[in-house]
Design a protein around this ligand. Structure first.
Ligand SMILES: [Zn+2]
Length: 221
């Protein structure tokens, strides 16, 4: 069928089509729009299949906007749809070594002097290393493809934080907003930090050499 978009709520991702044959207007959602090169606008001429949902409301499927490519450029798609997880680089490994050496040194100094203040200078590099290891990384691409509406979106503080916390499916601002409205009882997942758990395990690994050092020292003396 053919028709014209007469209402489009871009923030919510839905609108209505008035069919050319003058019959009742048809609901359509962004997820059924095949033209990915841009979002629908009022007065777009569209070709679509009409169906009725379980509540007998008319809705459009397979909506294509006339004059707009139905598939986005392949290189765009592959580039923004695959979000690479944050990677540890050499700097991170150097920091881990500094952290372990510093903690072990602080442990040994404390055992020798029995005074915590003597051990503090040796432990400072460990604190610096922990802070630097917890820093936020930046995604390789400045933009990402929303995993709900496919809109190419620039990263912001929220998505970078979510990405650092291990989420590879990111929503654009309007989809995130919609998701919060749809799931009012759920905690905003992007605000949940996974680094807490990681840090706990990390500290156990980091502190182990200290105990080994303590054991060795006592055994030797
Ligand atoms: Zn979206």
């Amino acid at each position: 069928m053919r028709g014209k978009v007469n209402q489009w709520k871009d923030e919510k991702g839905f609108g209505f089509i008035v069919p050319d044959d003058g019959t009742e207007k048809v609901f359509f959602h962004i997820s059924t729009v095949k033209s990915k090169a841009r979002r629908p606008q009022v007065d777009d001429v569209v070709i679509y299949d009409a169906t009725r949902d379980s509540q007998n409301r008319l809705k459009a499927l397979a909506v294509s906007i006339e004059g707009v490519a139905t598939i986005s450029k392949p290189q765009n798609k592959s580039r923004y749809n695959r979000i690479e997880p944050p990677k540890k680089n050499i700097f991170d490994y150097v920091l881990i070594v500094i952290l372990l050496v510093s903690l072990a040194a602080a442990g040994v100094v404390f055992l020798k002097s029995q005074r915590i203040e003597d051990a503090i200078p040796s432990g400072i590099p460990a604190l610096v290393a922990i802070v630097l290891l917890g820093r936020q990384k930046k995604p390789k691409d400045k933009k990402f493809s929303c995993s709900r509406c496919n809109k190419i979106t620039e990263h912001d503080a929220r998505t970078i934080k979510a990405w650092n916390n291990g989420f590879l499916k990111l929503y654009c601002r309007s989809c995130h907003h919609q998701w919060l409205i749809d799931n009012p009882t759920q905690v905003d997942r992007s605000n949940l930090s996974r680094s807490g758990g990681c840090l706990g395990i990390f500290l156990i690994i980091a502190i182990t050499p200290v105990f080994v050092g303590v054991g060795l020292y006592q055994w030797l003396s």
